[in-house]
Every structure is written in C-alpha cells, then in structure tokens.
Design a protein around this ligand. Structure first.
Ligand SMILES: [Zn+2]
Length: 143
C-alpha cells in the first residue's frame, strides 16, 4: 500500500451523511490490500500523477443507498472509482488501463471521462472487460 490508504477506500460522503459505518471487516481489508498492491498502486505508478478515490469499499447498506449492483466488487473491497484531476487526464488513465498495464476484471468509463471504475477478482479469472457508460442517467448509476 504505497499510494492509497484504507481510510481513503472507506471514505464516503453518503455514508457520512447517513451515519453508516463503512469500516472494512478484516477479511475485506485483506482483499483490499491485495487489490491496492496488485492493481491500484501499479496503475498509479504507471500513471505518474495523483488519483483520487471517490468510492472504494462499500458495506451493503452503503451499496444499496448508492444503487450499486448486488454483486458489485465494491462490496468485496476490490473495486474503486477513481479519477485524475481533469477529463484529459482521465482519458489518459482509461487508455493506460486499455493497454493492459494492470490486471482487472471490469473497467467502466463514466460520463465524458468523468471517472473510471476498476474492479478486480482476487481469485478466479479477470476478464479485462471495458465498458463505457456515456448516457446522462448512467453517470449517476454506480457499479
Ligand atoms: Zn465503481
């Protein structure tokens, strides 16, 4: 864990306002650490500039509130919604993921290079699936 912290992955404005405890259980913490070491840190290193996590781990209550998929990898601590400082940099980030810089199961680009979801399977095959959600409504749907 070089560039990301557990607290950064647990932080959620929604959880804060709804008074939800979004602290990772121990097993999730172990998976999140493997996700950071294997995916987020190497991606950040290759990107060469700060990446902000807008949503990392989500407990079930939080995931329900934000309309996340019941099978979301956010629940397992192995997904994060990340963004760089501007859309142009988010485009560069998206292209970097497309080059196969890191292993991932699913990457989703939201809005007009607004942010990128990246999810990973700790066990099993990572599909390296890339999806684009560009319709206005989709910008508010969370995976
Ligand atoms: Zn996501």
């Amino acid at each position: 864990m070089k560039y990301f912290s557990f607290s950064e992955l647990e932080r959620s404005v929604v959880a804060q306002f709804q008074d939800i405890d979004n602290t990772m259980p121990l097993l999730v913490r172990t998976s999140a650490e493997a996700f950071v070491d294997g995916v987020l840190d190497p991606l950040r290193e290759a990107f060469g500039a700060p990446l902000v996590v807008s949503s990392g781990y989500r407990c079930e209550a939080l995931n329900r509130l934000v309309g996340g998929s019941p099978s979301s990898q956010h629940l397992l601590g192995t997904a994060a919604d990340i963004s760089a400082v501007n859309p142009a940099d988010n485009r560069r980030l998206w292209e970097l993921i497309g080059k196969g810089t890191v292993d991932f199961d699913q990457a989703i680009l939201y809005g007009d290079y607004r942010f990128v979801h990246i999810g990973w399977r700790r066990t099993g095959k990572n599909r390296r699936q890339m999806l684009v959600r560009n319709t206005p409504g989709a910008a508010y749907r969370q995976d």
